[in-house]
Ligand binder design. Structure first.
Ligand SMILES: [Zn+2]
Length: 266
C-alpha cells in the first residue's frame, strides 16, 4: 500500500481509506481461470458481489493468463469544474505496466471500463509508441503546443470502450453519441490552450472520437491505421469546430468526464 498515498497525485485515495468507518476488504479468485480481484470498498458485501463477478467474467474473456485486479472502490467521480481545463485529477482512473499482469483502478465510476483499459496495457495490446510518435508530432505542429507522449492512448481507450460496450451489452450508437458530445465539450476547453498537456486529454477525448468514425479500420488493423490518423483528424476538424460552437456554453458548466455515459459500477 506504499503507493496509495501518492499514486493518483492528490492523496485522495489514502485519505478516503483512512476515513472509512467500515472498510470492506475482499479478495476473490476464479478457481477455473485464476483471475483475482482485491478490492477495498465502503459498499455492502452483496452490492459489491455483482461487480466482482462481472470483473472476473471480463477478465476470463480477455486473458488466458491470470490477471490480478487491485481496485480502490472509491466514490470519486470525474467532474470538471466550470472554466477549468481538464487535468490528471479530472480524468485518470488507474494504471498498469505493460507485460505485468496486474491492473489498478482507484475509482468506482466506470470501474470495469477502466479495468479493461488497463488490462489492454498489461497484456501488451497497445500500438507501439514508436509508431504513434510521428502522428503526435504532426498534431502538435497543427495545435502549436505539446501533447502528452502516449498518443496511442486514443486507440487503447477506443478499444476499451468497444470491449466494455460488448461485454456489458451496451449500445455502441449511444457510446458514439456520448463520445461526440464529450469531444465537443473538451474541444471547447482546450482548443485555445497554450500549455503542454499533463495527461492524455487530446488523445482520450478528441483523437479517440476521430478514430471512432473509422472503427473497422482501427480495430481490425490498429498498426496500419496509424498512417491515416493525422489525415482523419484534419478531415474531422471542421465538424468538431461546428460541434464545439454549439457546445460553447458548456465552458461555464461543471462537466462529467467519465467516458461512458452509463456504467455498471455507479
Ligand atoms: Zn492508458
Amino acid at each position: 500500500m506504499g503507493r496509495a498515498a501518492d499514486f493518483e497525485g492528490a492523496g485522495r485515495t489514502a485519505a478516503w481509506m483512512t476515513a472509512l468507518p467500515h472498510a470492506t476488504w475482499r479478495a476473490v479468485r476464479d478457481a477455473h481461470t485464476g483471475h483475482t480481484i482485491h478490492v477495498v470498498s465502503d459498499r455492502s458485501f452483496n452490492e459489491l458481489t455483482k461487480d466482482l463477478d462481472f470483473g472476473l467474467q471480463i477478465l476470463g474473456w480477455m486473458s488466458r493468463r491470470p490477471v490480478t485486479w487491485y481496485w480502490w472502490d472509491q466514490p470519486w467521480a470525474r467532474r470538471l469544474p466550470a472554466n477549468t481545463d481538464p487535468r490528471q485529477e479530472h480524468l485518470n482512473g488507474g494504471w498498469a505496466i505493460p507485460g505485468v499482469l496486474e491492473v489498478h483502478v482507484y475509482r468506482r465510476e466506470e470501474a470495469h471500463k477502466v479495468m479493461v483499459h488497463e488490462t489492454i496495457h498489461a497484456l501488451g495490446l497497445d500500438i507501439p509508441q514508436a509508431l504513434t510518435d510521428p502522428v503526435r508530432v504532426r498534431v502538435e505542429g497543427a495545435l502549436g503546443r505539446r501533447l502528452w507522449p502516449h498518443f496511442g492512448e486514443a486507440f487503447t481507450e477506443l478499444y476499451a470502450e468497444w470491449l466494455w460496450s460488448v461485454t456489458s451489452g451496451g449500445s455502441w450508437s449511444a457510446q458514439m453519441a456520448c463520445s461526440q458530445k464529450q469531444a465537443a465539450e473538451v474541444w471547447v476547453r482546450i482548443r485555445d490552450a497554450k500549455e503542454p498537456e499533463d495527461t492524455n486529454v487530446f488523445a482520450y477525448y478528441v483523437q479517440k472520437w476521430v478514430l471512432m468514425q473509422h472503427l473497422e479500420s482501427v480495430l481490425l488493423d490498429p498498426v496500419s491505421s496509424v498512417g491515416f490518423w493525422f489525415d482523419w483528424w484534419i478531415a474531422a476538424r471542421p465538424r468538431l469546430e461546428e460541434l464545439a460552437a454549439a457546445a460553447g456554453a458548456t465552458e461555464r458548466e461543471e462537466l462529467r468526464m467519465g467516458m461512458t455515459c452509463h456504467s455498471s459500477a455507479e
